[in-house]
Design a protein around this ligand. Sequence first.
Ligand code: NIG
Ligand code: FE
Length: 409
Amino acid sequence: MKLIYNIGLLVGIQPEGVLRVEGAAQGRTGVLENAWLAIEDGRIMDFGPMPPCHSDSPFCHSERSEESIDAQGGMVMPGFCDSHTHVVYAGSRDGEFLDKINGLSYEEIAARGGGILNSADLLHRTSEDELFAQSMVRVKEMMDKGTVALEIKSGYGLNPEGELKMLRVIDRIKKSIPAAVKSTFLGAHAIGRGYSHEAYVQEVIGLLPRAAEYADFVDVFCDEGFFTVEDTDRILTAAQHLLTPKIHANELAVSGGVQVGVKHQALSVDHLERTTDAEIEALKGTWTMPTMLPGSSFFLGLPYGRAKEFIQAGLGIALASDYNPGSSPCGDMRFVMAQGCIKMRLTPVEAFNAVTLNSAYAMGVSSDYGSITRGKKAALLLTTPGWDLTKLAYQYQTPFIRQVIFGRA
Ligand code: NIG
Ligand code: FE
């Protein structure tokens, strides 16, 4: 057994069986001041308030078991969960960064052969080992910043060979790191070079059974200039019984992506920079988690999602990084949380639940990750002394992590 003691603030406590929080509950979380937490076989065994010191208490001896950690009054919280990333990619798109600075939009850069197709060209020229090595640098950076569970998408292969190469690399990452990894087949990210629109949709549909050997989810970029609602409907119909959907929707236009995602019981619909009340209504009473990506609003200068209104309508929301070379070259979930507060007017607790429990839900891992709950993985972040959730978002660039624990037995 490993004991963490002298915890100044234990935050993110949820009862067993709570897999997501919605509406007013998104603004609440359990906290315990001056606490201990016991870990066995990588899971949270128990936690409670520090007992008063007396001579035979294990909490009061200076020589506790070697495994024990003195939290020295720091905060302990569940590690960040990042349910939407494209962290496997080759090279960089920093050339396009200059185009962007000079005033070209995301769509204009894509129309010139930049964007996703540029990443696909780079990926085809990069060996599988090199792609793994480059991607692992970013994944390690994310883990150092407190991410304990992440989803990674394909979508820069854009032909069978390239997409399967990406899915194998994601699988290799899954087997190489202590953080949990979920894999998503995003063949329908852009039309691959050399294909007509229709031929490419058919290629994606044909690839689904092989993709399902590696992937947990299927995604479609259902947005203006990429894939239509009809394409999405066809792909998701073909994916039934193979892969659960998670959809890119409503980033560039009010695309209908939310409604087609809900129709196919998508686990999440993501982006949502442009939504009307119809999207909020469509999501009510469903198991689909609306997921917003403030990092891409920041980087591309898009509107921020209407997170507050979603919550006021009784929905839950998740926040994720969207770490990718074109719209969000950053996987820092603490910054995502801070943007939730600063730009989307979420309370620190609402934003915290969005980057932990609800984001875990949005990739199907919230029975094991995302809260302090007996029996869940002890996938935890230990901070230096003096932190609470408000300060974490407010003083958003000050280093705060003392240790990340991944909950491996
Ligand atoms: O989620 N919007 C579509 N896909 C990614 C961006 C991919 C890229 O530009 O490389 C996103 O923002
Ligand atoms: Fe994305």
